[in-house]
Unconditional design. Sequence first.
Length: 175
Amino acid sequence: MLWLTDSIEAIRDFMELGGPVLRWIALTIFLMWVLIIERLVFFRTQMAGLAKAVRDNWEGRQERRSWHAKQIRELMISRFDMQMNQGIPLIQTLVALCPLLGLLGTVTGMISVFQVMAVSGSGNVRAMAAGVSQATVPTMAGMVGALSGVLFVTILTRRATREVEFLEDSLTMDH
């Protein structure tokens, strides 16, 4: 139990070190990871059942030759594609937002440094240290969040594209 209180205290100290922008970065990263985990769970638990339902629905059709059948096939594939890619654009947006929030933290931290320099002069290094940490910690946090998100967005996007292509190949048209 001691490790838990130590961990919470370390996180609190880190959040204070990075300033108020770090809270927004943490919220953004948390939301991004909730959405990433949701997509991973979806691919693991529901995707196969959805693909099977679309295939069964298509194979259960009597007529698979006409222009109308082709349009219905395209509709089925399109709906499956939407389900596979649901949430991925939002994850991509959050990934892109992380370094921008880090940059905002850098700017606000540097403003703090300049305010300290204006009030107490450039010789007060201790007073400037808080602003420097507020300038660097959010930048690092934003980059770490973005890098982890880019990796998983790529994995999720490729998986969704591959599954849609597999489904498209499996829904054959009668000639």
